[in-house]
Design a protein around this ligand. Structure first.
Ligand SMILES: Cc1cc2ncn([C@H]3O[C@H](COP(=O)(O)O)[C@@H](O)[C@H]3O)c2cc1C
Ligand SMILES: O=C(O)c1cccnc1
Length: 339
């Protein structure tokens, strides 16, 4: 069988389902009669309507939320751009499988299923300062693995990542897509010193300059500067769009994966909400380019999907209120007097 080409994924993001206006409209109509002053639940109201529209049903459900962590290893670690060694990626995959990571606890706390998908960890991508990080085939295999990871019955998806060095990769992708230099997008990640961050910025600049000719094509940016877990997250976010599944985005690294799709099609992230704003400095800027207002700002800078998993609680609350509250008529509560 011939292997996939990037053109297959170009088609998948150019033909996207739009929000289901009739389900969203039914949610808006119900919201208008619930026992509260109009707008008093703030963003929770928007979230209930948004969930209904993208799940394409009313009432919206929170019955099978899914958290998937994608793990990849990065050749650019050879440049000394992380405070931790590459082996930690694999070690953390074992920790995820044993239930010992932060994301295990957070997924559990909000009743979400959890799985981890390691992507060829024994074969790191190439160092992007030396050549393309991935071949077209490797990139497509990772995109497809992400696409395949979505369970059919999922009604809300959190994608997370584990990959030592991937804040460098995320910064390089962000600069490639939205402009600026390494210094505009590099941050401490797992804990670099200021000098380490300066070095990281020069490594990013070297990658941008080596791959200068392809920077206007988002999928080639993914292939040349990205990593397998980044590609897999883009594939999963795209699959969710085609499968009636809203998505909660996590921090800077997940944001960079999502940004590939956003740059390729400005409407590609309409089914996504930003779960939180990471303390990794580039994330605030990235969220502006993604046109997303984060739900939480808790100084978290972990990755793994942890900020997005916390935001599951907000979505759960929004749906519980929307589905379970009484209407003014049912509860015998007087409506607003016209003034
Ligand atoms: C023990 C440990 C657990 C983690 N969980 C997520 N990350 C996060 O840190 C890494 C990115 O940071 P950098 O680009 O600086 O390497 C990613 O693996 C990310 O998921 C972790 C990092 C460590 C060390
Ligand atoms: O915001 C993130 O995604 C992030 C920040 C630091 C380390 N790893 C991930």
């Amino acid at each position: 069988m011939p292997s996939d080409t990037l053109d297959k994924f170009r088609r998948l993001y150019s033909e996207l389902p739009l929000i289901d206006k009739s389900s969203a409209g039914a949610a808006a109509a119900r919201d208008a009669v619930l026992t509260k002053p109009a707008g008093a639940l703030g963003r929770l109201e928007d979230l209930a309507v948004w969930m209904s529209g993208w799940q394409r049903k009313h009432p919206p459900t929170y019955t099978s939320p899914q958290v998937v962590v994608f793990a990849g290893n990065h050749g650019v670690c050879d440049q000394g751009i992380s405070a931790f060694p590459r082996d930690v990626t694999m070690q953390m995959v074992s920790n995820f499988r044993n239930g010992g990571a932060a994301i295990n606890q957070l997924a559990d706390a909000y009743g979400a299923s959890f799985s981890v998908l390691p992507l060829a960890l024994e074969t790191p991508t190439l160092d992007f300062t030396k050549g393309p990080a991935m071949s077209e085939e490797e990139c497509c295999t990772a995109l497809q693995a992400g696409w395949n990871s979505l369970s059919q019955d999922t009604d809300l998806l959190v994608v997370g990542e584990m990959g030592i060095g991937n804040t460098t990769v995320a910064a390089a992708i962000s600069a490639a897509l939205f402009g600026g230099t390494g210094a505009d997008w590099a941050g401490p990640g797992t804990g670099l010193t200021m000098e380490g961050v300066r070095k990281k910025a020069t490594v990013i600049d070297a990658g941008l300059s080596l791959h200068a000719e392809i920077l206007d094509d988002p999928l080639l940016v993914l292939q040349h500067l990205g990593g397998r877990e980044i590609a897999a997250m883009a594939g999963a976010i795209l699959a969710a769009r085609h499968n009636k599944t809203p998505v909660i985005l996590d921090g800077f690294v997940v944001g960079a994966a999502a940004a590939i799709l956003k740059k390729a099609n400005p409407a590609a992230l309409d089914h996504c909400v930003a779960g939180h704003m990471s303390a990794e400095p580039g994330h605030e800027l990235l969220l502006r380019h993604l046109e997303k207002e984060p739900l939480l700002t808790l100084r978290m800078r972990l990755g793994e999907g942890s900020g997005a998993a916390l935001a599951l609680g907000i979505l759960k609350g929004a749906i519980a209120a929307h589905n379970g509250m009484a209407s003014f008529a049912d509860a015998g509560v007087s409506g607003e007097t016209s003034s």
